[in-house]
Design a protein around this ligand. Structure first.
Ligand code: FES
Length: 140
């Protein structure tokens, strides 16, 4: 059976999609209530955060852009805005940190700039552990 260029491209795209899906599937997005400028999460109900490279994408009520809650390899958590500090595109989490699809800025998992054009770190929100509960102070 002959394989023309269009079939080759279509098959390649399908293979690439299957190869990338497992990496995307690990990131969970949760709508979360916002009370008095704080988001509260139970660690028991989010086992993905027990993994030292675990993460969640959170969408607080009333927000238009998500924030990321990432477990840090040294322990603890970072709550990081998804808004690129260069020109405001939404960054993606994957690999060693965050990447901006617009102009290629890269940030580590704590939101520090690893490669420009962005020159400022992603906004971080304070995270407090209170027993099983994490409290993220987003302030709005
Ligand atoms: S908006 Fe993110 S690099 Fe330009």
């Amino acid at each position: 059976m002959p394989c023309d260029r269009r079939d080759f491209v279509r098959t390649g795209a399908a293979v690439l999609t299957v190869a990338l899906v497992p990496g995307c599937a690990s990131l969970v997005t949760r709508r979360v209530p916002l009370e008095n400028g704080m988001v509260r999460l139970s660690l028991r109900q989010h086992p993905e955060l027990a993994d030292p490279r675990g993460s969640l994408r959170l969408m607080p009520d009333g927000w238009e852009d998500p924030l990321y809650l990432v477990a840090l390899e040294g322990g603890g958590f970072a709550a990081v805005s998804s808004i690129c500090t260069h020109r405001g595109c939404t960054v993606d989490l994957g690999g060693p940190g965050f990447a901006c699809p617009c102009h290629g800025s890269q940030y580590n998992r704590e939101g520090q700039v690893m490669r420009g054009p962005a020159s400022r770190a992603l906004t971080r929100y304070p995270v407090r552990a209170n027993g099983d509960e994490l409290v993220i102070e987003v302030g709005r």
